[in-house]
Write a protein that binds this ligand. Structure first.
Ligand code: NOJ
Ligand code: CA
Length: 562
């Protein structure tokens, strides 16, 4: 069966501000990205997803868009983007834009107009009259604090914002909004982009009855539990309770019809793809009328997972994916903790990477995770760029520098998503080679760049995390079974070894991952399948130990015919 490019390509998320600075102002840009395309091609990247790169005040690092059909001047504007798109395509690398449907920046001309109650754009946003001297209801912003604000803090009417108060929600019940946004979609598709990652799909509609939420007082504590990651169960429970608090604001009726509308717009252009920032497989629709892919966030959240978590995840998701749609796995992104920080080091993170690259579906890599860049807790208020901490922690405001305690700053730094957004370390040169010496990068680099966590050093070190990624990406690319084969568990219901077989009509692969801190026997089912694969049964990746067992933390892969 023929598969589409997006079913076989490795996706790579570029955080434009942090990837590579081409013009030496400390801010990543397209000139910089173009210079690093060979690195991406060499890594085996087939598609780039760009986090938003539109003109923006950058209060939510570009997810607050002031103009949907232009590129931020500091990134080089549209001319630099065209050069980049062409250079990527020449290397066979596709490009996806981030499409933020739910909200604009308050600086967007649409909202600027809509602030005037008589403006024809008024109804492009969600306005409600206040109640008893306060907001229309008790809904929260997901970034903390009320979801309602007034223009200049006064007036009878409030506008709704699921995120920052500087990110007013568009009124998607207004057909004019839909038409305007579909025009944006066509603009980029005509320019040649290959698809979109859809931001915050679940927040697009709100319950039109605006009922009060329950449990809002708990929100902050629940969010903190997600960050503390005490156990996967605890994270899952906190996430479910957060979902309940926001049940009138998330996943409202109408979304599937809207996704079908968008899909029809996109399908007018051949060979494009939509990936939703959502985990619900219902967004695949019938398999060909909504989103091609949604992220497997349950697996991402289950980290540091064990064999059973992975099997349960695959068992619940794979059969529910309709023909035409496809799984999409990921271990991290710009909103969550860094891969190696979640796994407690690059060694154990390899088990997760091996699973990502050998489980069914399209793998998505977040820039820097291939190097093992760790979380950076920024304790300096002035260096924080992720403004949401200031909405989530009102206690930071109005305090003098000395009144900000160590504990407060620690909490700020851990909460701020800046922790996983630091610039890419390209070498051990000053500023990690991200920007010239003497220039202040927009966010500090993780200091580990000087200790070898950088592209140059890891390229030269055969045993580095980067080379581990590269070898498995290359193996995946040349093995049809790993790319598109069926999935059959061989072990992992109990014990420390996760093992599975991937198979097409012509090829098969067997993967065995030992999550234990000591050697483990090769499961019997693995031995049987590998023996059946033919005379040449030596692993293509990894090796068994002298006793024929799986080494501690070992990754062993066999491939062959059927
Ligand atoms: C999800 C994005 O990934 C996140 O970074 C952003 O803050 C929100 N959506 C709002 O756009
Ligand atoms: Ca720059």
């Amino acid at each position: 069966m023929k598969h589409a490019w997006w079913q076989e390509a490795l996706f790579y998320q570029i955080y434009p501000r942090s990837f590579a600075d081409g013009n030496g102002d400390g801010i990543g840009d397209f000139e910089g990205i173009v210079k690093r395309l060979d690195y991406l091609a060499d890594l085996g990247v087939g598609a780039i997803w760009l986090s938003p790169c539109y003109p923006s005040p950058f209060l939510d690092c570009g997810y607050d868009i002031a103009d949907y059909t232009d590129i931020a001047p500091e990134y080089g504007g549209l001319p630099a983007f065209r050069v980049f798109l062409d250079a990527a395509h020449r290397r066979g690398i596709r490009v996806l834009m981030d499409l933020v449907l739910n909200h604009t920046s308050d600086q967007h001309p649409w909202f600027q107009e809509a602030m005037d109650p008589r403006s024809p754009k008024r109804d492009w946003y969600v306005w409600r009259e206040g109640w008893q001297g306060g907001p229309p209801n008790n809904w929260l912003s997901t970034f903390g604090g009320p979801a309602w604000s007034r223009v200049n803090g006064t007036g009878a009417y409030y506008y709704y914002h699921a995120f920052l108060r500087e990110q007013p929600d568009l009124n998607w019940r207004n057909p004019a909004v839909r038409e305007a946004m579909w025009d944006v979609v066509r603009f980029w598709l005509r320019l040649g982009v290959d698809g979109f990652r859809l931001d915050a799909v679940c927040t697009i509609f709100e319950d039109p009855a605006y009922p009060e939420s329950e449990g809002t007082a708990e929100y902050e504590a629940l969010y903190a539990r997600i960050l503390q990651r005490q156990s996967p169960e605890d994270v899952a429970e906190a996430a479910a309770r957060i979902q309940a608090i926001f049940r009138h604001q998330f996943d409202q009726p109408g979304l599937h019809a809207l996704m079908r509308e968008l899909r029809a717009v996109v399908d007018a252009f051949p060979d494009r793809v939509l990936i939703g920032e959502h985990e619900d497989l219902a967004y695949h629709g019938n398999g060909s009328d909504e989103l091609h892919m949604v992220f497997n966030f349950p697996l991402m959240r289950a980290q540091p997972f064990g064999p059973r978590d992975v099997l349960e995840n695959q068992r619940t998701r794979l059969p529910a994916i309709p023909t035409g749609a496809w799984p999409c796995n990921t271990l991290g992104n710009h909103d969550v903790c860094r891969l190696v920080s979640v796994w407690g080091g690059a060694g154990r993170a390899r088990l997760a990477v091996a699973a990502l690259l050998t489980l069914p579906g399209t793998p998505t890599v977040y820039n820097g995770d291939e190097l093992g860049v760790a979380n950076l807790v920024i304790r300096d208020v002035d260096a924080i760029r992720d403004r949401f901490v200031f909405q989530a922690m009102p206690e930071l405001h109005g305090l003098t520098a000395d009144a900000r305690s160590g504990e407060l700053l620690e909490r700020m730094g851990s909460l701020s998503r800046d922790r996983a957004r630091t610039p890419m370390p390209w070498s051990r040169a000053a500023n990690g080679g991200f920007c010239p010496p003497g220039v202040r990068p927009w966010l500090p680099l993780h200091p580990d760049f000087a200790a070898g966590v950088n592209v140059a050093d890891e390229t030269a070190d055969a045993g580095s995390l980067l080379n581990f990624w590269k070898q498995l990406i290359a193996l995946r690319a040349r093995c049809r079974a790993l790319l598109v084969g069926d999935f059959q568990p061989l072990a992992g219901e109990t014990g420390d070894v996760l093992a599975y077989r991937r198979a097409t009509a012509e090829s098969q692969a067997v993967v065995a991952l030992n999550f234990a801190g000591e050697a483990r026997a090769v499961p019997a089912a693995v031995r049987t399948v590998v023996r059946g694969m033919g005379v040449e049964t030596a692993p293509v990746y990894g090796a068994l130990d002298e006793t024929g067992g799986l080494p501690a933390g070992g990754v062993v892969i066999w491939t062959g015919g059927v």
